[in-house]
Design a binder for this molecule. Sequence first.
Ligand code: PRX
Length: 653
Amino acid sequence: MTDQTITSVSRESRVFKPSAEFKGQANLGSFDNYRKLYSESVNAPEKFWSRQAKEHLVWRKPFKDVLQWKPPFAKWFTGGKLNVSENCLDRHLGTVRENKAAIIFEGEPGDVRTITYKQLHFHVCRLAHVLENSGIKPGDRIAIYMPMIPEAVVAMLASARVGAVHTVIFGGFSPESLKDRINDCKAKLVITADGGWRRGKVVEMKANVDKAIVNTPTVQSVLVVKRCGNEINMTEGRDTWYREAWVGAPNQHSAKAFDSEHPLFILYTSGSTGKPKGVLHTSAGYLLGAKLSSQYVFDLKESDRYFCTADIGWITGHSYVVYGLLSNGSTVFLYEGAPNQPEPDRFWQMIDRHGITILYTAPTAIRAFMRWGDNYVLRHRLDSLRLLGSVGEPINPEAWMWYHRLIGKKKCPIVDTWWQTETGSIMITPLPGVTPTKPGSATLPFFGVCPLVVDSDGKEVPRNSGGKLVITKPWPSMLRTLWGDDERYQKAYYSEFPNHPEYYFTGDGARRDKDGYFWVIGRIDDVLNVSGHRIGTAEVESALVSHPSVAEAAAVGRPDELKGQALVVFVTVKSGVEANDGLKEILRNHVGKEIGSLAKPDQVRFAAGLPKTRSGKIMRRLLKELAAGGEIKGDTTTLEDFSVLAALKQNDE
Ligand code: PRX
């Protein structure tokens, strides 16, 4: 895509100033304070980060250097040692937080559990012993494939405690995807559950693990949490019930200290090529980013009850369910199931039942609630809420206004937070009570973040013009590499601007308005954002061509009111295969089986041929215009065979 085509149609001009009431109690106090701190953070970053790291983290050994930066590789706080789980748990023991709720859990069937910091600590200590007893050493990888239950959080923290590297795999991924991820990072152990509740049904997680690990030679053992009581197979010598292993283990565990740059987790995310990218985050810098941003962006107070609706299988669940919140000693509300189970007011019911004060969710969910109707909301008081957040995709001003009026009752600030799996923590965001907000804009950079909107040469574009969003300086919670593939890391993030090898390319298009506010438009690479989930078109295409009926496939996005983007695939079939509705369904399910149901195409369209350039490249841009139902306006001069396009148009449904 060329810079000229990055245009932003949004011309929203409403501005919402922070209320005096919220401002009076906000952690940061005033916009001037933001300006001052921000300017220090970018003009004297080492001084700023050194102070923050000392203030916010518990160190076993102080760090020597703040930053070693040899683009594209960064090392933060070298020489220092700490334990991430200790920073989330032990630091609160012996303080007034000891008996405070760390987690309030509600299962989909309605079961509720409250776990205090002290209890969470002993849960984690016990599991840490179990991990060590099963041969886990620092640096070993552990795959976590679990429903949203407290044991998932315990598993992450226990892994961190023993210096293992966790990779959480979202429960919606198929056995095939699970297998690929386990093999990529060579995990030794899998922690899972018999099942999880979703829309009143059991998702058979252990059965999926069984299918996946037939082909994962590195997996030696599987720990299984009993959640649903569904029937499962236990393989002797390999599978152990979590509870049985856990029950005899001691409540105390003396944690080792690890280097600042010790790997903490790998999280797989889609890129523009077929294979998911194993984003690697390390310990101190990541934790500092997650902790500091949580405190300021959510304006955390001791009495808050915070609800983030993201699954721990995504980065939002890592940073803003687990690490950022627990390190701040906050009370996190965890919900297992679907937002419309048993009725579309489940979230609002739970907010009232548990006195939730902060809600952090995604635009796609907000649009679903809008569609389900205001009545489901109006049945509930929602008067405990004081702050709302949005993440995952651009929020359209209509959804922003609905969120503001119906959920926030016009009194809760909305923080529209822009960031990525790779950035580890929130990068562009309003600070509540401080930053005036504009519906649809993530507003201004967080401390230490240097974003710029640039053209193809890396030159800043004039205000209000579209361009590529880059981050010009390193930040503590940045990804360190892609697991086992430094070269791909450099290519994917630090090769877009040869004149500026130190610019991190986000893959997003954006514009900046006259006030310096950022408006993120969305991805400009071959990655779709469907319901806030990143899906690589190449992944879907390779899943499709793995089906024996398919000759060629191209996946593109089409704007969708509810999902942000919908996934449309164009498929040519092999000769002799009948292209009919039955096959469409088979192909949808095939993609579901290969990747997971989140990647099932919304529409399958058959074509006699796909439009290609003379050099044989599929012209996705034309397919995108076709999928959107519009006319082909773009340049078609490089198209090899015009009849292909004519035939595709005729096939239009
Ligand atoms: O395109 C941007 C979009 O989501 C991408 C990151 O996706 P992922 O790594 O899965 O992380 C999602 C949760 C952090 C970004 O490149 N995105 C995320 N938040 C916003 C957004 N786009 C616009 N506004 C946002 N607030």
